[in-house]
Ligand binder design. Sequence first.
Ligand code: DAH
Length: 340
Amino acid sequence: MKEKIEHLIREIESFRADTEAQMEDFRLKYLSKKGMIPSLFGEFRNVPNEQKREVGVLLNTLKTKAQEQIERFKAQLDEKEESSEGNIDLTRPANWSNAGSRHPLSIVRNEIIDIFGRIGFTVAEGPEIEDDFHNFTALNFPEEHPARDMQDTFFIEKDPDIALRTHTSSVQVRTMENSKPPIRMIFPGRVFRNEAISARAHCIFHQVEGLYVDENVSFADLKQTLLYFAKEMFGENTDIRLRPSYFPFTEPSAEMDVSCMICGGKGCNICKYTGWVEILGCGMVDPNVLESCGIDPQKYSGFAFGMGIERITMLKYQINDLRLFFENDLRFLKQFEASY
Ligand code: DAH
C-alpha cells in the first residue's frame, strides 16, 4: 500500500493538463468519488494498525498534492485563455503604431559624430546667438568683410553687435578660450544666414565644425583625417582632393571634394560631369586666431574644418531639394531608416 501511494504521488506530480478535458480526466481518475484516492481511503481500514500512522500521513499528502495540481491546472488554463488566439477578435482594426522615425539630418549628424568619435574627437556645442567677437573678430574677419553685412547676417542688436551665428566656427573660439591644447573636438549645430530659400539654399541649415590643436599638427594630419572621414561616410573607394581656397580663419585654406559617390568619378549630373563633389572647407588655424583665443601660436598649431550636414545628407541619399528637410512632410520623413 505504501509503495502504491508513493508511486501515485510521483504520477500526480508529473501529470500535465493542457486542456480542460485533460484536467477533467485527472479529476475523475484521482479525486472523484470513484477515483483512486477515495478508494485508497476506503482500503485504509484494512491497513494493519502498526502501519496506520505512516500510511495515513502518506494518504493525506497524496490527496493534498492532487488538489494542488487541480488548482495549478485551473490557473494555467485561465491564463492561457486570456492570451489564447481563439479569443482574438480578428475583425478588429489593427492598432496603429505611432513610432516616429529619425530625421535624415539627425541620422547623418549622428553618423558624423560617430565617425570622428572613433578617432578620439569629442563633441561640444555653442550658443546660436553670438556676439561679433566670437562669430567674426576672433576668427580674423576684417572690419569690412562682406559676411558682416546685414545682407548675409541676421543681426539681433547693433553696437554691440549680436547676431544669429552664421557658422559653427564661433564654437572653435569659445572652445579655445576655455581649454588648453591638446584639443580634438567637433561642434555640430544650427546656423543662420540671410538667404532666399531655394532648392539649394536656406536661411537655416546645419554644420559640423572640427578642430584639432596640439604641438606639431600639420596639413598632412588634416588631410589624413579628412580622407578617413570621407571613406567612412561615403565608402572605402572614395577619393578626396583638396583645392586651394580662402577663409579668414585658416592659412592655408582649402576646399575638399570627394569622388562622386553616384557615378564613382565617371561623370554624372550630380557631380556636373566633373567626377568630384565639394563637401567641406578646411585649413590650418590662422596664428591670429590662436592668439585671439589665448593660445601661443609659437608652440601650438592646429587644423579646422567645417561641413554642411544638409549637403552631405543630399549626396548620401540623393535628395535634390534642400527645402524637403524643413517641411516635415511625413511622406518624405518616413523613408529614412535610422542606423544612427
Ligand atoms: N565656416 C565656414 C563656412 O561656414 C566653413 C569652414 C571653412 C570652417 C574652413 C572651417 C574651416 O573650420 O577651416 O563656410
